[in-house]
Design a protein around this ligand. Structure first.
Ligand code: DSN
Length: 430
């Protein structure tokens, strides 16, 4: 009998309902995935009880011998996985990781440059509603209207105007590989740091299906729960630039410090207190999984499924931003289908298909309505679904979009989704 069930039936039942939702719905949110049972076990372990402010061997509290072992393992595995020279595995999330990077290298009011949110960027890359657009002066670059690809001319022009201290490359809804080398050329031209936020593609990079951000990026951050399939959290990585190519000085002492020291200090005590040691242990497990050859196979299947999504949608006259994908996601412009992203998201949810409305570049609609939806392959691929299932899913999505006001059609799709999901139980791959 579950202890939680006995003690707190309400929470036990909420968890049960969420578990059942995850099992019975098709999860197509590009930034979500299903962890292994090993990762769930580490996340739910006694390591949650330990305060361990500081870093291995340099903690504020006693009794850290075992959490030190866990953190050292997470660090060495992260370095091996991403071929990095330094890793900080303490950020609580991708946003915290980015905050740590900015606090380490910037002063309030400095200029940062990232991809415009409405063109596929992230909130923490300079949006006004995030700390990144409030503490720092943010300038954004865009994608080209015709190709949907990053407009490097626009980036260079704006970078020369605003002289950013950091240029951030990486995105939340960009279906193509990030061209780190081109970003670095521009960063060098204007004397900026290049920060690669690889949160969406980190699994693809770990599996060597996408190019490494090193040696082009001076600093790299990622969340750990998207294509990387770990627990919710973030990490920061440095390549061999960690010695400090920009001669940065520590905020108080004025002493020239290594980039690694600045990042360590920015994450803890700069923005966080005690690290979540249970999550750090689970990150270590995720890195071990990602180092295994089976992970490469998983990522190959994610890419195959995403490509199949793209081909199937295109064959049904859906407009894809950039004309397709070479990542784990597709971004669909629904304007020729006379339905908004919001209406599509709601109708799909009723049919048991979870996706998110998303702005498309040059979107005439607000972020609350949007003209697009984003579809990702990582979670269904973890369940073991392949291209046959993807073809079936696109057919179901198409039916819902064409008949979004017809309750009986939606009900029929819902039962087909249940049939499909019950054939591919979560963790059925273990
Ligand atoms: N919320 C995340 C996404 O869905 O892309 C951004 O990291």
């Amino acid at each position: 009998m579950s202890v939680l069930k006995k003690y707190d039936k309400e929470i036990f039942e909420i968890i049960g309902r969420e578990k059942s939702r995850q099992n019975n719905f098709l999860e197509l949110i590009a930034s979500e995935n299903f962890t292994s049972k090993s990762i769930l076990e580490a996340t739910g372990s006694e390591l949650t009880n330990k305060y361990a402010e500081g870093y291995p061997g340099k903690r504020y509290y006693g009794g850290c011998i075992h959490v030190d072992e866990a953190e050292n393992l997470a660090i060495s595995r992260a370095k091996e996985l991403f071929k990095a020279d330094y890793a900080n595995v303490q950020p609580h999330s991708g946003s915290s990781a980015n905050m740590g990077v900015f606090l380490a290298f910037l002063n309030p009011g400095d200029c940062i440059m990232g991809l415009d949110l409405s063109h596929g960027g992230h909130l923490t890359h300079g949006s006004k509603v995030s700390f990144s657009g409030q503490i720092y002066k943010a300038a954004t670059f865009r994608v080209k209207k015709d190709s949907g690809l990053v407009d490097f001319d626009d980036l260079l022009k704006k970078a020369k105007e605003c002289k950013p201290k950091i240029i951030i490359c990486g995105a939340s809804a960009y279906p193509r590989q990030v061209e780190f080398e081109k970003f670095r050329q521009i960063a060098d031209e204007v004397g900026a740091f290049l920060h690669g936020d690889i949160c969406h593609n980190s699994g693809l990079i770990a599996a060597e299906e996408h190019p490494s951000p090193f040696p082009h990026c001076h600093v790299v951050s990622t969340s750990t729960h998207k294509t990387l399939r770990g627990p919710r959290g973030g990490i920061i990585l440095l390549g061999n630039d960690y010695e400090n190519p920009f001669g940065l000085v520590a905020p108080k002492s004025g002493r020239v410090k290594m980039m690694s020291e600045l990042i360590d200090g920015a994450v803890m005590p700069g923005i966080q207190g005690g690290p979540l040691m249970h999550v750090i242990a689970a990150k270590a497990v995720a890195f071990k999984e990602a180092l295994d050859s089976s992970f490469k196979n998983y990522i190959k299947n994610v890419l195959k499924n995403a490509k199949c999504f793209a081909d199937e949608f295109k064959s049904r006259d859906y407009n894809l931003i950039s004309g397709g994908t070479d990542t784990h996601l597709v971004l669909i412009d629904l304007q020729n289908k006379n339905i908004t992203g919001k209406t599509a998201e709601i109708a799909l949810d009723k049919a048991g298909i979870t996706a998110n409305k998303n702005m498309v570049p040059y979107d005439p609609k607000s972020p609350f309505i949007t003209s697009g939806i984003r579809i990702g392959a990582p979670a269904i691929t973890t369940r073991g679904m392949g291209t046959d299932e993807v073809k079936n899913i696109v057919n179901l999505i198409d039916i819902v979009i064409k008949n979004h006001e017809d309750k009986s059609v939606i009900k029929n799709v819902r039962s087909q989704v249940k049939e499909l999901t019950s054939a591919f139980p979560i963790n059925g791959n273990e």
